[in-house]
Write a protein that binds this ligand. Structure first.
Ligand SMILES: [Fe+2]
Length: 573
């Protein structure tokens, strides 16, 4: 039986295909159409389907839409329609107004007819957004039962979910929620924009927050519009925050500064606001996670939603709770709801029992040597085909080259996990600056993460409770003080690292590369950042070659092929 999950509700459009309960493909539309987050967040486009993602998933299985038995779409339009009844500040005919929400509702309903026009003749289902998020974490996890915590901007009317999932009961029971306008996801979006970044730049603001200690005055200012109650309950002040309006006057008055413009410098006050935002987020997450522990009595926790990409808050909440195990599916943002929709149909609606098995992140397109070679020839590049490319690339990295590493199936979710990565030697601090400035062309304050061999991680990092989420760069750990100066390029200013633990079983080639690097240098890790240059992560050989040629990357290792950037290196290899 084939089940497809689709998300194009708000953003991060994606598709996922499952065969007999096992996910066989999952991908985000942005990787194909090269628009960050796949599509714009608009009332008039929830039916702008991720056509290339759908087509890729079908191709991967060698089927057509006519072979798909069920399709799930990750929102319940009828429940969403009610949001205009919520008291909030809205613009006429935009989000939150009766006219705007009715338009969004009618457009969402079009999804079913569009899919049927494409040849689908099975059963179509609209599914609650937060159940999709929760299912994407729980049913992909290695647990038989678990507490489920979802935190995002908004689902239908709720902004968080605390639930309990049990495979043998075929359900995720909803135990508690916060409702809009209490929204941590929107608080981040609004403050990111206030601080001069895009609404999608939470990761930058989180990185920035580590540069100063929390300032009590700025924290109290922020807390005057974010009231934190007990048991994970909180409210955010709609009058000040105006989530649905392009109005920052409330925040300007609150902090006594104008909204930062993108070209203006980041100053002390901006950093303090970022630190206060991070502190408030951690406090809410700690409270909600502990509430989930008290309500469920489970020792296993699954988290999802865009806010669950906050690796610092995840670590703090997990370590300050009674939970022993934590799982977060790598596409914790809305892209993951496509996977969650498929899991919900198989495990809950169709009541199939699926034994625990961790779903890999490597669920996207891959390319044969023939296809790679043909593209290299097309671009007129000189290349070398190498039997053990890991060994050669390990030496190039140890010799201080930056290498584009393109291998196997593309990752699902926003993190590059060693298949679409840019790599460098973590032992040299200058590699951080070079990667930020020359290659990625981004702010100096942004940290880089290390990929470390799983069995060596505890030699370098303080890991109070080991967790599978470190496989996906979704948790940070303190670096041990005695090794900090060995890996300066991957230690953040606060002495932490957002690590990726690499296991031989999940990515043998990447593991082998790091193992060779360890053999040369004694250090079992690499600096790993996503293979892109201010655009979505590269998907195919053509994208990899274009980025390689445009950014200052020394070498490209793509499949078994090695290419030297001759504009940077004249002479022999
Ligand atoms: Fe969401």
């Amino acid at each position: 039986m084939y089940i497809m999950g689709i998300n194009s509700v708000y953003h991060e459009s994606s598709a996922c295909l499952m065969k007999d309960g096992v996910v066989i493909a999952a991908v985000e539309e942005e990787r194909f159409n090269r628009k960050k987050h796949g599509k714009e967040l608009r009332l008039d486009n929830p039916h702008e389907l991720p056509l290339q993602s759908i087509s890729y998933c079908l191709k991967e299985a060698g089927i057509t839409l006519q072979n798909v038995d069920h399709i799930g779409y990750s929102i319940n339009p009828a429940r969403r329609l009610d949001t205009y009844k919520i008291k909030d500040y809205v613009d006429i005919d935009n989000w939150g107004s009766e006219g705007g929400e009715t338009e969004f509702y009618l457009n969402t309903l079009k999804v079913e007819e569009l899919i049927k026009e494409m040849g689908f003749c099975g059963e179509f289902h609209f599914i609650d957004h937060h159940i999709c998020h929760g299912a994407s974490a729980f049913f992909a996890s290695p647990y038989e039962e678990a507490a489920v915590v979802v935190i995002d901007g908004i689902g239908e009317t709720a902004t968080t979910l605390v639930g309990y999932g049990k495979r043998s009961d075929h359900q995720i029971v909803r135990l508690d929620e916060n409702l809009y306008p209490a929204s941590l996801g929107f608080l981040w979006e609004k403050l990111c924009m206030f601080l001069g970044f895009s609404e999608y730049d939470a990761c930058k603001v989180m990185g920035l927050s580590s540069y100063v200690a929390v300032d009590p005055l700025v924290l109290s200012q922020l807390r005057s519009c974010v009231a934190i109650g007990k048991h994970g309950k909180f409210t955010t002040d709609p009058e000040i925050l105006r989530y649905r309006q392009d109005d920052f006057t409330g925040l300007e008055k609150l902090f006594g500064i104008p909204r930062r413009q993108a070209e203006e410098p980041v100053t002390d006050i901006h950093t303090k606001i970022a630190a206060a935002l991070q502190a408030v987020t951690e406090e809410i997450l700690v409270s909600m996670v502990n509430h989930a522990y008290d309500l469920t009595g489970s020792t296993n926790l699954c988290m999802a939603g865009g806010v669950a990409l906050n690796c610092v808050a995840n670590g703090i909440a997990f370590h300050q709770s009674g939970f022993q195990n934590l799982y977060i599916q790598p596409a914790a943002n809305d892209a993951g709801t496509a996977m969650g929709a498929a899991y919900t149909l198989w495990n809950i609606h169709l009541a199939n029992y699926q034994p625990p098995q961790v779903t890999t992140a490597y669920l996207g397109p891959q390319f044969t040597d023939e296809a790679i070679e043909a593209t290299l020839v097309e671009y007129g590049l000189t290349f070398e085909k190498i039997t053990n490319i890991e060994e050669r690339v390990a030496q190039l990295l140890a010799d201080q080259n930056i290498v584009g590493w393109f291998q196997g199936r593309m990752e699902f979710g926003p993190r590059a996990l060693g298949n679409r990565s840019l790599l460098a030697d973590p032992r040299v601090l200058g590699n951080k600056e070079r990667m930020n400035r020359a290659v990625k062309k981004r702010e100096d304050f942004r940290p880089f993460a290390p990929s470390v061999l799983d069995e060596d991680a505890e030699q370098f990092f303080i890991i109070p409770k080991k967790s599978d989420v470190s496989d996906y760069m979704l948790i940070t750990y303190k670096v041990k003080s005695n090794v900090m100066d060995k890996i300066p390029a991957v230690v953040h200013v606060d002495g932490t690292s957002r690590i990726q633990t690499v296991k031989k079983s999940t990515n043998p080639r990447y593991y082998s590369l790091i193992e060779h690097f360890k053999g040369i240098t004694g250090v079992p890790m690499l600096l790993n950042t996503s293979f892109n240059d201010n655009e979505p992560i590269v998907c195919n050989p053509e994208g990899a070659i274009r980025t390689f040629l445009n950014a200052n990357i020394d070498y490209l290792a793509i499949g078994d092929y090695l290419i030297k950037n001759i504009s940077l290196h004249q002479g022999g290899a």
